[in-house]
Ligand binder design. Structure first.
Ligand code: AMP
Length: 217
């Protein structure tokens, strides 16, 4: 099984949804730098203060800060049998730091799942996206609506729109994706790690294809 995984793809390609399903299926920790920053903002920590403005604009939080939190998280015991990195690395400096770090920990990346999507669809997906304020479960007003409008099916928490899911921030986030993050694919392709999956398919089909890539010997 390949369980040291990076999940890549543009904002809105379905990374969060697939990540939740993969970690539940394979019992590996979900390391989402976006979630870590959002939790820090909610808790009012120094990290949250620092990340808040970058995130609201759709800009990247500086590398040294982001690398530091991933370094601390990957070194924890629960990552010894695998991990799913979601939203990291996003820059070449982060990818290089991750190489060094995972070599030192003897937990090298062995699979990159790359979700692809058309830009026009990304914008539609993001503008309809809602998340549970309590448990983070993702929804979409048209594609994945909750049973009761505005209420999470799982925990009954209120659904909200992410503050960076607006048109201006999305434009910036997409620009960072194309200029900083997408070029990393060739770095991982050269190592033979990349499985690309059309993220516009139904979530069950995406999970099935991702599962095949994880379970390959
Ligand atoms: P996400 O939830 O992955 O869409 O991330 C939300 C926001 O958090 C991004 O738009 C960035 O502002 C910040 N962020 C998350 N991961 C990273 C990263 N690896 N490097 C820099 N900023 C990040």
């Amino acid at each position: 099984m390949k369980s040291n995984i990076i999940l890549m793809g543009p904002p809105g390609a379905g990374k969060g949804t697939l990540a939740k399903r993969l970690v539940a299926k394979y019992h590996i920790p979900h390391i989402s730098t976006g979630d870590m920053f959002r939790e820090a903002i909610k808790a009012g920590t120094e990290l949250g203060q620092l990340a808040k403005d970058y995130m609201a604009r759709g800009d990247l939080v500086p590398d040294n800060v982001t690398i530091g939190i991933v370094e601390a998280r990957l070194a924890q015991d629960d990552c010894s049998h695998g991990y799913l990195l979601d939203g990291f690395p996003r820059t070449l400096a982060q990818a290089e730091a991750l190489e060094k770090l995972t070599a030192k920990l003897n937990r090298p990346v062995n699979l990159v799942i790359n979700l692809t999507a058309d830009e026009a669809i990304l914008v539609k997906r993001i503008s309809g996206r809602r998340v549970c304020k309590n448990c983070g479960t993702p929804y979409h007003v048209v594609n994945v609506p909750p049973k009761v409008e505005g209420i999470c099916d799982h925990c009954g928490g209120p659904l909200m729109q992410r503050p960076d899911d607006n048109e201006a921030s999305l434009k910036t986030r997409l620009a960072h994706y194309y200029s900083d993050t997408k070029p990393l694919l060739s770095f991982y392709e050269a190592k033979g790690y990349v499985t690309s999956i059309d993220g516009m398919q139904p979530a069950d089909a995406v999970l099935a294809l991702a599962g095949q890539a994880v379970e390959v010997k």
